[in-house]
Design a protein around this ligand. Sequence first.
Ligand code: ATP
Ligand code: MG
Length: 424
Amino acid sequence: MSLVGKKIGAYAVTGEIGAGGMAVVYKAEQPNLDRKVAVKELRGDLSKDPALLQRFEREAKYVAALAHQNIVHIYDFIERAHAMYIVMEYVEGVDLYSLMAQVKRVPPDVAGIIALQAARALEYAHYRGVVHRDFKPSNLMITRHGDIKLMDFGIARDASGDDLTRPGTALGTPSYMSPEQILGERVDFRSDIFSFGIVLYQMLTGQKPFNDDDTRSVMNAILHVKHPRPRSIYPDIPFALQRIIKRCLAKRPSDRYARTEQLRHDLEAYVAETCPVNHNGRMVLYLRHCNLISEEAARSYLNEKELKNTQLTARDRGEVDAGVTVFNPVMQMNSLLFLCMLSWAAWVAWCDYSQHADFFGATPSPAAAAVQVAADVHPEPRTETHAEPRVDAPPPRPELRPENRPEPAHNPVKTPSLVRQRRP
Ligand SMILES: Nc1ncnc2c1ncn2[C@@H]1O[C@H](COP(=O)(O)OP(=O)(O)OP(=O)(O)O)[C@@H](O)[C@H]1O
Ligand SMILES: [Mg+2]
């Protein structure tokens, strides 16, 4: 039964905001403080379950103890016969699930800002010993001013507390569960880091890292299948974000970030490098692009120059990213080919040069020049190494020809051979 028009404690319910698996969320007024609030009512059928009522109450207590700008504030907790209400800060904006349903994927710099603020919320909760255990897009709200608010610590527990689990009820949402959550093992903050990695992956690629056909196959994929690299889907996804995802999505908790602070730190480094305007300004620009806030609302936050930042508006339209997606691999291939051709040409030129150095007329080195001068003064007889072998008889040696023979001097001594010839 709808609560619209009714009063819950001091709160006048004015409308319904949305409904999830366990609760219905209403918008309400708190007249004495003149502010809007959100009232979350546990579903009628579930509110008869004492274990769930206890879990709902626990959520309120945990979150009420957390005071952080990126976590939805809890104002009140009201218990009635078989009904429970959590009164909390009303967040004017959109949840990440609805945003992602509108766009193909979130630009990397915007995804980095959302992830950074969510990581700050987790870091704070983890520092206080609270594990969220249901980190997913519908539990992240984006305000009209570009702030991110984490909510629904519905199945949260502190580091020492016992799980409040209804028998047969899976903790968490299957697509966002960590391997240890699926196996029903004890979970710690690293389970949230795994879920965080899934959400970041989904923002950047527009798809979840693990097969999503049915609960069983998704759980099997989370346990055993390696996720496709984000850059294999969109090559323009920055390496820095891909590395962060890889560390978050390690199957073994010990291979993930050892502290949420490190995760936040890595995101901070990435965002600092890529975001030219202030973070909220960038978010507002993107929300305007998605028609989630009006032009006037955007103008109240950004100046004319920021609103007309052509680089960012093109990025929001996906123009730059699409271009990079197509041309990046081609450019990389081209550079590789160019380098290969360049080294081949250099090698060929060197071989040619060493064989025909004189043809190229290269300037010789001083030593080579000295040798050349010596060669010019005393030229070596040219030897034809490739000449055909001669078949004709060599010409008679000039000194043996009769006309060249010198006149013999008078010599009375006969040569022994002549003496022998005259023998009878
Ligand atoms: N404090 C709030 N201010 C504004 N809107 C809210 C607030 N809390 C919840 N909502 C909206 O109400 C919707 C329903 O929230 P709810 O937590 O009941 O379900 P869910 O997160 O979508 O699913 P699940 O039950 O699996 O957690 C949210 O998606 C969000 O859009
Ligand atoms: Mg929720």
